[in-house]
Design a protein around this ligand. Structure first.
Ligand code: SF4
Ligand code: SF4
Length: 69
């Protein structure tokens, strides 16, 4: 199953929880800070996502949306 996520990077605190939770290592920390001064999570390896929602479930800010094909 293929999946896709959207991260509201403006509200990301760069806590790494989604990065650690993703079984496919799709998410990395970005190189540029957001408006709040955090380095936000970035959905980098889009072709590997299986839409499992693990990232969304652990995000304390509830800013990850998951889509499945
Ligand atoms: S939905 Fe699953 S595979 Fe896709 S980025 Fe989130 S944790 Fe990783
Ligand atoms: S879990 Fe949420 S707040 Fe933490 S890095 Fe991922 S998207 Fe950002």
């Amino acid at each position: 199953m293929a999946g896709k996520i959207e991260i509201n990077t403006d509200r990301c605190k760069g806590c790494y929880l989604c990065i650690e939770a993703c079984p496919k290592n799709c998410i990395i920390i970005g190189q540029e800070t957001n408006a709040s001064g955090y380095f936000p999570a970035v959905f980098e390896y889009e072709d590997k996502c299986i839409g499992c929602s693990m990232c969304a479930m652990v995000c304390p800010e509830v800013i990850i949306k998951v889509y499945r094909d």
